[in-house]
Every structure is written in structure tokens, then in C-alpha cells.
Design a protein around this ligand. Sequence first.
Ligand SMILES: C[S@@+](CC[C@H](N)C(=O)[O-])C[C@H]1O[C@@H](n2cnc3c(N)ncnc32)[C@H](O)[C@@H]1O
Length: 220
Amino acid sequence: MMKTNHHLQYGSLANIYGAFLTLSGFKRGVESFLDRIDFNFSPGAKIFDGGCGTGLFALYFARRFPESDIYASDIEPRMLRELEDVIVKDGISNISVFRNDLNFPEELFDFRSGRKISIQQNFFDSILLSGALEHVDAEKTIQRLSLILKPGGSFLNLGVKQSPAGAVLGMVYKFKPHSLAELSEICRGAGFEDIHSLPLEPKDFPANLSRVAILARKKI
Ligand SMILES: C[S@@+](CC[C@H](N)C(=O)[O-])C[C@H]1O[C@@H](n2cnc3c(N)ncnc32)[C@H](O)[C@@H]1O
């Protein structure tokens, strides 16, 4: 059974969360950062956005790679409902929405039917996380994510920067920012290689103030 009680802050913010990302410029900053990354997805590529919230990553990748197949999941139904509304309003056909506890990324529940879908090993071409790893057991989650990622598949984490402000926010919202060193070590242990940090730049403002990215590839 999925526990949601300590994520209620996201549920109660759900209807303003997407608008906040847009109005604050955060969405534009993240997209300017993502635009610089040379993702090479073939048509039909399966992409997982875990802890998708209202779909910051899912919507970006669905538009940039219209022939890809995006699996967007979150533990908080009210965030997913906001994403579903955008999908319907904009007629987006390549995002499927799932309820899921990212601690167990191989178990997805179709958001509309509740039907459980078990993800097979080596299933996804890419796994993309933004601000979600901080809410789960990072080591166990990355190990499990590695299992469902194809050999050679890419893993991107756009995480919360470790900073005094991040620490305070973490206490309020109950999340744990990780250092790049810590995440790199976890990724190495989970079978990733070619692990490097990707800088956010001033032109990605304001996302560059609070976020830091790591990109890795699962060993072939
Ligand atoms: C900071 S928000 C990031 C949302 C989105 N990825 C973005 O970048 O805008 C964190 C998200 O993680 C979700 N979350 C928290 N704990 C989770 C868990 N155990 N499994 C899945 N999602 C979780 C929250 O509901 C929330 O939507």
C-alpha cells in the first residue's frame, strides 16, 4: 500500500504547482538546460519520468520527442490529475500516467484504471528524474531503476542542490538533497558508467540557483 501522508504538501499545492513553475521562470530555466543536452532517442523510445509532479519533464520530452513513449508517475494523485488535465487539453498522445511509489519503480499503477503494470528488467531507454530522488531512499531506488533501464540507457537526475537554503527547505518539506559525490558513488555501485555532472548556467535562471544535474549511462 502506498503511503502519501507526508507528501500531502504536494497534493495541496497541486493546482498551483504547475502555474508556479511557469510564472517563476523555473520551467523556462529547466527547459533551457534540457535543450542543451543531446538526447538521442529513437522513435518508440520508452522514457520514465518518476516523481513527475505536474509533468515538468514529461511534457517537455513528449513535445521534443513526439514519437517517444513517456511513462510519467507520481505518488500524489492530485499532481497526476493536473498532468492528466494538460494531456487532455493539449491532446498529447505519448504520455501515460501512473501512480507509483518511486521506492519501487518497477510497480506502476495505471492512473485511470488502477491496473498494476510490472515493468520488466531492461525496459526503459531513459530514466529522467527532477526533484524526486530527494523524497526516497536514493541508493535503493537507483539500484532498482538500474534494473529496469536498458544497458546503454541514460539516467538523468536534476536534483536539489545541497545548500543552506536546500537544508531548510528539506526540513520543512521532508526531503534530503544529496551531494554529487554521493550520487555518483551510488550510480557507480548500481552499474552506471560515464557519470558526470552537467552544469546549469546563469541563462537557466532561476533553476541554476537550486538545482544540479547528474547524467549517467547504464553499462552495456
Ligand atoms: C519537487 S516535486 C518535483 C515534481 C516534478 N518532477 C518537477 O520537477 O516539477 C517532487 C514530487 O515527488 C513526488 N513524490 C514524493 N515522494 C514520492 C514517492 N515516494 N514516489 C513517487 N513520487 C513521490 C511528489 O508528489 C512531487 O510531485
